[in-house]
Unconditional design. Structure first.
Length: 82
């Protein structure tokens, strides 16, 4: 790997941004968009409040990230169906 390249973000790693063996532009775009969504979720401040604990907030963020990964995988599946 080229040492001049930047490290992947959490979201880019989560969607496997560098894995696109068909070099499909739509697959790349979907992965980039979902990586951005996941990065936003991952970076959200998670302060507890009177109504919800920080553990509950973390759980909700984790679920949202997992669901975004799932949606991204299904979207790539649709794009690459033959």
């Amino acid at each position: 790997m080229n040492q001049n390249l930047r490290d992947l973000t959490f979201g880019e790693k989560a969607v496997g941004l560098t894995f696109n063996p068909s070099n499909n532009n739509n697959v790349q775009k979907i992965k980039e968009l979902y990586a951005e969504i996941i990065d936003i979720l991952h970076e959200i401040e998670r302060p507890a409040s009177d109504n919800i604990s920080s553990n509950d907030i973390n759980r909700l963020v984790d679920i949202a990230i997992t669901q975004a990964q799932t949606a991204q995988m299904w979207a790539v599946k649709v794009i690459t169906l033959k």
